[in-house]
Ligand binder design. Sequence first.
Ligand SMILES: Nc1ncnc2c1ncn2[C@@H]1O[C@H](COP(=O)(O)OP(=O)(O)OP(=O)(O)O)[C@@H](O)[C@H]1O
Ligand SMILES: [Mg+2]
Length: 476
Amino acid sequence: MLSDVAEVPHLLFVDDEPALRAVMAQRLAERGFEVVEADSGERALQLLDQFAFDVIVTDLRMPGLDGSRVIEAARERYPGIVAIVITGYGTVKDAVDAIKRGASDFVAKPFQFDELLHVLQKALEQRRLRSENAYLRSQLEERYQFGGILGRSRPMQTLFQLLETVAAASSTILVTGETGTGKEVVARAIHQHSPRHMHRFIAVNCSAIPETLLEAELFGHVRGAFTGAVGTRQGRFEQAHRGTLFLDEVGTMSAALQMKLLRVLQEREFERVGESHTTKVDVRVVAATNSDLRRMVDDGQFREDLYYRLNVIPVHIPPLRERKEDIPLLVQHFLDKFAPGPPPDSAAAKAGAAPAARPSLTVSQEAMRRLMAYHWPGNVRQLENAIERAVAFSAGRSHIDVVDLPAEVQLVPEAVVPASVTLPEEGMDLGAYMGNIERELIQLSLERTGGNKGQAARLLNLNRTTLVEKLKRLAR
Ligand SMILES: Nc1ncnc2c1ncn2[C@@H]1O[C@H](COP(=O)(O)OP(=O)(O)OP(=O)(O)O)[C@@H](O)[C@H]1O
Ligand SMILES: [Mg+2]
């Protein structure tokens, strides 16, 4: 019931009516709350002094200190406390007043227990999302990044260490990874952390420039070197002198250019197109590719000697689906980018206006589960686009929901939460154990699909025939 609240919430129930208080306290306890009762506002303040409650539920009208004063005091002490007020008949104005003083929500008398429970759960969920957000944001600011590359997963942390070490040297680096994994961000971070950062970072996308022009682009040309070469022009290598040259999509270079590139890497010198004079440069090359260069070498499409010259330090960025722990962090980063919350000292806040400023946007847990279950063939770039789109679709709401996500992400079945497993002291029969789990999941999928084997197989990401075989085997 309160499954998504990690610990038992401690609740302070304040009401001067003993009968109502006792009934509510008991029912809340049945629902997993740890309840302490107070019969007056004064008593509530004493208890608040001694204990950091998660939740306070208080009647509004009480002899002595009234409920909204109690809430104000509670929020002053514990800004994160969830505060709910119980109001009397038709006293909406009082409820509004209490909310201004920091209450999260209210229930009006007479109320059913379920109403109160619903309001409580909603408020707790909101608080959880808020604190999760604050937590993620603090992680963003701290250690989970390297020069603008975010990542908390083990492979990314290892990558950061590697980058830290290799950035200082001038060795050539080959960055590999699927499309959208962040090869360019990595190249820039290397430059930023290197002693070359005062000089230029020049990026050339080898696949975006027509073959015939790439040589002149890289090495420059003199006037009249070819049709259209009206003046003398510096190439990218010269522009990157003492800095870093990022050669993107290096796998698409022609054989002739591969030869020339090899020479620059070996000799650190080249000739401009149409010139015999040799130019010397000091450039660090970071190359990137999303094709399998090793395979291209084997297939005779890429020079082996050049491959080794480029691959002095290999840096591989794993696809996003292999580091799902990074998804919440990246999502938060893109939310901040596309839906920045109001600055804390915005004009509205200064003018003391009602807290109308738009709260920062969050992602519902269900939407986050989908985001984490999807396989992201376009990696971080695709995730970035999905969040940008979701921000637009969620206009006016405080949450991004499943419906705001791209269709292919919505459709992915939620990942199964792995049950916590333990290995008994005396050992176990793994086959039988796995068989039981398999049987249970197959049964659940058949129940959900009304016995339709095709649909059930899809729910489990199996072929229909595999499912049928499993059914036969499990029936034995
Ligand atoms: N770890 C990361 N942290 C933050 N942003 C990232 C990260 N990885 C990628 N991005 C963002 O994702 C987008 C794609 O990254 P980038 O252009 O570096 O990918 P790529 O590997 O060069 O892709 P391609 O092979 O398609 O050129 C960029 O907007 C980049 O800022
Ligand atoms: Mg790129």
